[in-house]
Design a protein around this ligand. Structure first.
Ligand code: AMP
Length: 301
């Protein structure tokens, strides 16, 4: 079954202690849609400006991404994010965000997208996430990603969104902020009370925690020896996860969710090994399967 991803389709300028990489293909939807494409047919809903390089369109196409929902505003500027990492590659600060064509964007889905069963509302304003959900007819499983910015400037929209989704994915700091709870384990039931049946808390290199009707699952992150650029790892994680779910031919979501998380972690690990999408796009299904097997061995006891 297919996956629809809405989010930012961006140009990212990424600075690390070792190098500067301007105007790479980035954005929450770009990372997520490429990650999902390893497992299932994908549809991208996004907006770019006239400055969006055609080689990035070619890259989406290489992954078989359906681009009928990608809007191009010829005289507009593509969303541009720049960020800088510290030496440990964990701490990052945003240097600048130019919303460009994302400012005030109201996506209109092609008719062919309305019945997509698996939906990922990747990180973008909750207002846009609502507009997309409003145009969908009874999706089977909806995951929302978010960030602290929306808790700060659009909390009411976000809280309304949480009542409409099956699963919320957020990092540990965001989980603490959302329910004003220092302990992540105690934050979980409070987040469920806000709406989502499933909650996944990302803890970066320390893996993630799934909480759902059948209890809690602790998932590892793949232990990488070298991180080149973690930008988009969270988006790759959730993209891989929903792509894996959509690819399952039978059985309930519940039965596949744990393995889906592990597949998401593995795709995220490849993302961290190159700038932007450079490593992810070179990844093969065989490499993903091999790392999943390695992770399985690492956590068995
Ligand atoms: P991650 O590293 O998973 O947190 O995601 C980084 C990606 O998020 C980058 O490719 C950025 O283009 C994108 N991004 C940065 N700020 C925002 C924002 N305010 N809304 C949506 N996407 C963003």
């Amino acid at each position: 079954m297919s996956v629809l991803v809405v989010g930012t389709t961006a140009l990212d300028s990424i600075k690390t202690p070792k190098s500067e990489n301007p105007r790479l293909l980035g954005g929450s939807a770009s990372h997520a849609v490429v990650a999902a494409s390893f497992f299932a047919p994908t549809k991208l809903v996004g907006v770019v400006g006239g400055d969006f390089p055609s080689r990035y369109i070619t890259l989406y196409k290489k992954h078989g991404v359906d681009l009928t929902g990608l809007q191009k505003v010829k005289d507009g500027q593509t969303f541009h994010w720049s960020g800088e990492y510290e030496v440990n590659m964990n701490n990052r600060r945003t240097l600048n965000t130019v919303l460009g064509v994302v400012d005030g964007w109201s996506p209109k889905l092609p008719g062919s997208h309305e019945t997509t069963p698996y939906v990922l509302l990747a990180n973008i304003s909750p207002a846009v996430q609502h507009i997309v959900l409003d145009q969908l007819s009874k999706p089977k499983f909806v995951i929302a990603d978010t960030m602290d910015l929306w808790m700060n400037i659009a909390l009411a929209d976000l809280l309304r969104l949480l009542k409409r989704v099956d699963c919320l994915v957020l990092n540990d700091g965001e989980a603490r902020q959302l329910v004003e709870e220092d302990n992540v384990v105690n934050a979980l039931p409070k987040i469920h009370q806000l709406g989502p049946r499933y909650v996944i808390i990302k803890k970066g290199e320390h893996g993630s925690i799934l909480s759902g009707p059948k209890g809690v699952f602790i998932a590892p992150a793949y232990p990488l020896k070298k991180v080149v650029d973690p930008t988009g790892a969270g988006d790759s994680f959730v993209g891989g996860l929903i792509g894996y779910l959509a690819a399952q031919k039978s059985g309930s979501i519940e039965t596949h969710l744990r393995r889906a998380i592990v597949h998401g972690s593995v795709v995220a690990s490849f993302c961290c090994e190159g700038f932007g999408l450079a490593r992810t796009t070179k990844t093969t299904k065989a490499e993903i399967a091999a790392r999943v097997r390695e992770l399985e061995k690492l956590v068995k006891f």
